[in-house]
Design a protein around this ligand. Structure first.
Ligand SMILES: NC(=O)c1ccc[n+]([C@@H]2O[C@H](COP(=O)([O-])OP(=O)(O)OC[C@H]3O[C@@H](n4cnc5c(N)ncnc54)[C@H](O)[C@@H]3O)[C@@H](O)[C@H]2O)c1
Length: 419
């Protein structure tokens, strides 16, 4: 396989740690040659870690993409609200593109990116729907496609966000306010819409959603609480305490980089004392829902329910697939799949392979496909941009349904947006 060169836009959690470490582990397959990142400390960390020449380090994607093409491929991992322009420009310049989800936080831009994918169909253009690459969801897909349990009839899918993860990302952090970034169903669950499409292998016809911000808001703030955890009298009994989440529990280790590029105890304490991640969860400028349920109908009369909720102990996806001749239950975090065939005395328990790297091994597996697609001009991709448009439309339709209390006909929703 020809060795490829890669540029990166955004040296945040994803740009720095999700995909590029694959190249460090496989230096014969590719190397990082350029970076755009406005934050100086992140830029320096990235430059040192991946050994990039000073001439190829830029303070913004605009500057990197104003140069002649610097590499075969580019990973676009900056913030949701600025995905469209750099992607368009990168495709125009001839880069193969790996774009973080969501493709954009605006539906018209998602649709335009789908059109650009068709226009530049000689270039690889993939979206980071990493869950399709995990052994866990691949095993579920294998079971569905094998028809060993008959026809798939219905799915119950739950995205258990985890109370601490919700506090971090969707109350205090990057994805707390849909006016600035994305609604929760898009930010968190374009993945889940994508999984439902992939598993059913059908188009979604109708979607209806309900949900609200019920607890993580000002009304839940009591007189004995403070604006910041460090000043709060009831901090010790609060599960959302920033001190507990970032300094004591071991649950969000990787997310500590959001507080500081070098998350030492001193730097974390400073961030909790003064920064956004030390705010009381009831005193943040958040507006995204903390619970949302959706009902979906797919072609072939397949139905699904999807429950997206902040208030769960574990941070995991749980799923039940119901077939004409059996039932499958799965817990992604526990890495367990339970297969029952109706009428049989015994059931089968499957423990899918455990792979290193984030998202149950999906981050590296996706990168493996991207690198090989760029290197060998592969056009069959599991998560091409063209494929990914549909899951994004479903997420926008779900949000529209929630806000307007309407059942959305996906085909009409799509057509209206195109016009
Ligand atoms: N595939 C997944 O499962 C998954 C998981 C988490 C996040 N994401 C997505 O990945 C993207 C990045 O998320 P993150 O957690 O790394 O966020 P982050 O905030 O840690 O990183 C984004 C980085 O982009 C940088 N940036 C801002 N403006 C820029 C510019 N003009 N040019 C270049 N860089 C710029 C920021 O300084 C920051 O370092 C988001 O779109 C997010 O929704 C995907």
């Amino acid at each position: 396989m020809k060795k490829i060169s890669v540029s990166v836009i955004g040296a945040g959690a994803r740009g720095m740690y999700a995909y590029v470490p694959y190249l460090l582990e496989n230096p014969n397959l590719g190397e990082v040659v350029a970076l755009a990142e406005p934050n100086e400390e992140k830029r320096n960390n990235f430059k040192n870690r991946y050994n990039i020449g000073e001439e190829n380090i830029f303070t913004s994607w605009e500057k990197l993409l104003s140069k002649d093409k610097l590499s075969d491929a580019i990973i676009i991992a900056n913030c949701d609200e600025s995905h469209y322009e750099p992607t368009k420009r990168a495709l125009e310049k001839g880069y193969h593109v790996l774009l973080e989800k969501p493709m954009s936080n605006k539906l018209d831009e998602v649709i335009k990116l789908g059109e650009l994918a068709k226009k530049y169909n000689n270039q690889v253009f993939m979206i980071c729907h990493v869950l399709r690459y995990t052994p866990f969801f691949s095993e579920l897909k294998r079971i569905v496609d094998s028809k060993q349990l008959g026809e798939l009839v219905s799915i119950q899918h739950n995205e258990n966000i985890g109370y601490y993860h919700f506090a971090h990302s969707y109350t205090r952090g990057n994805w707390r306010n849909s006016d600035e970034t994305s609604p929760l169903i898009l930010a968190k669950s374009c993945h889940d819409m994508d999984l439902l499409l992939w598993l059913t292998n059908k188009k979604c016809k109708y979607i209806s959603s309900f949900g609200s911000l019920s607890h993580m808001k000002e009304e839940s703030h009591k007189e004995n609480m403070a604006n910041r955890c460090v000043d709060c009298k009831v901090e010790r009994s609060c599960p959302y305490s920033a001190k507990k989440i970032y300094l004591e529990d071991n649950k969000l280790k990787a997310s500590r980089y959001a507080l500081h590029p070098s998350p030492s105890k001193v730097n974390l304490e400073k961030a909790i004392n003064t920064g956004p991640y030390g705010r009381c969860v009831y005193k943040c400028d958040n507006n995204v829902v903390d619970h949302m349920v959706s009902i979906l109908e797919f072609e072939g009369n397949i139905t699904a329910t999807f429950n997206l909720c902040a208030f769960t102990t574990d941070c995991t996806r749980t799923i039940k697939l119901m077939f004409s001749h059996g039932e499958v239950g799965g817990n992604f975090h526990k890495n367990i799949i339970d297969v029952h065939k109706f009428g049989e005395k015994y059931h089968t328990v499957i423990y899918p392979k455990i792979l290193e790297s984030g998202h149950g091994g999906g981050d590296f597996k996706l990168m493996e496909e991207f690198v090989s697609a760029v290197s060998c001009n592969k056009s069959e991709l599991k998560t091409s941009a063209i494929t990914s448009v549909e899951s994004h439309i479903m997420a926008f339709a779900a949000e529209y349904s929630r806000l307007n209390h309407k059942v959305v006909d996906i085909n009409k929703f799509w057509d209206n947006e195109i016009q």
